[in-house]
Design a protein around this ligand. Structure first.
Ligand SMILES: Nc1ncnc2c1ncn2[C@@H]1O[C@H](COP(=O)(O)OP(=O)(O)OP(=O)(O)O)[C@@H](O)[C@H]1O
Length: 290
């Protein structure tokens, strides 16, 4: 169990992460929030790589500040990382296994073989990483975080900059981990994680706004989601930034927005999606004036 207990981080007078508390069991959790919300700060605090201003993070009751006892048990994949381009994936992972003191040389080699297969890098395992695509590097980062069989795996922006095929591949790799570890993935794109995360935490401006089931997000736009068909001319006259979506149909343009009151006489209430609920939550959307 990965626990945050009044965990917070302040830079000068500014809370990058206001003190928050939660407990994460086994499974995959999404950490959502716009740029600057505090996601990386929280992840680095949970991984024991950043000293908190208040509170503590712990894994199964052991503080992450106890580096010797917790470091091997938590795998962390930063947003970006540098690799020596001339090293191969196998060499890189063996190096990580040595640093983490993950068993005898033979055990380390066996573990590296298993990890290479788990992240589907068998064909490229003995090629220099300088020749890898960004998706392959992300997968190698995850394999490196998994060395030593950690009980918690924290991945900052796993799918950023990847093409749809690589996203899917990476998602599958992460989903396979779920039964045996606590996995926390950050993103600002809900669709990236909705296929694999049942639970999400939402941060905005350093505050924890939501901690619960992914499906529960839709409720933030419940009763405030409006849909109507507009003509091309009406649509052009609208404050476009107030629209959540606008989709061309044979009859005109299907518009959706969040507003406390019916935005036009033609609008009718519609069921919000999770994404729309999430947008309502992070934008704190009030009345839309169209
Ligand atoms: N070392 C630092 N010194 C001062 N402020 C910092 C430092 N690191 C982060 N911050 C600030 O803390 C806030 C949270 O940053 P953080 O990187 O955690 O956000 P994020 O949600 O991960 O953003 P992104 O999605 O853009 O990566 C931001 O306002 C950022 O500018």
């Amino acid at each position: 169990m990965l626990t945050a207990d009044h965990l917070g981080k302040k830079y000068k007078q500014y809370w990058a992460l206001e003190p928050l508390s939660f407990q994460l069991e086994r499974g995959i959790y999404g950490l959502l929030g716009p740029n600057g919300a505090g996601k990386s700060t929280l992840m680095r605090l949970l991984a024991g790589l950043l000293a908190p201003t208040t509170g503590d993070a712990s894994l199964h009751g052991i503080t992450v500040r106890d580096v010797t006892r917790s470091r091997r048990r938590i795998g962390y994949v930063p947003q970006t990382f540098r690799l020596y381009p001339q090293l191969t994936a196998r060499e890189w992972l063996l190096h990580a296994a040595k640093l983490k003191n993950a068993g005898t040389r033979m055990e380390q080699e066996a573990q590296v073989r298993t990890l290479i297969a788990a992240v589907h890098l068998e064909e490229k395992a003995d090629h220099a990483v300088g020749s890898y695509s960004s998706g392959m590097i992300k997968r190698l980062g995850i394999a490196q975080a998994l060395v030593g069989k950690p009980e918690a795996v924290i991945v900052d922006e796993p799918t950023a900059g990847l093409d749809p095929e690589e996203r899917l591949r990476l998602r599958n790799v992460l989903a396979e981990l779920a039964p045996s570890a606590t996995v926390l993935l950050s993103t600002h794109v809900l669709s990236d994680i909705e296929a694999i995360c049942g639970q999400v935490l939402v941060l905005r401006s350093g505050k924890l706004l939501y901690n619960g089931r992914l499906g529960g997000l839709a409720s933030y736009a419940e009763g405030r989601l409006w849909q109507w068909e507009a003509s091309e001319r009406e649509w052009r006259a609208m404050a476009q930034e107030r629209l959540l979506s606008a989709r061309r149909t044979p009859d005109g343009i299907l518009c959706r927005t969040i507003a406390d009151y019916q935005p036009t006489p033609y609008a009718h209430a519609a069921a919000p999606t999770m994404e729309e609920g999430y947008l309502a939550l992070i934008t704190g959307s009030g009345e839309a004036s169209l």
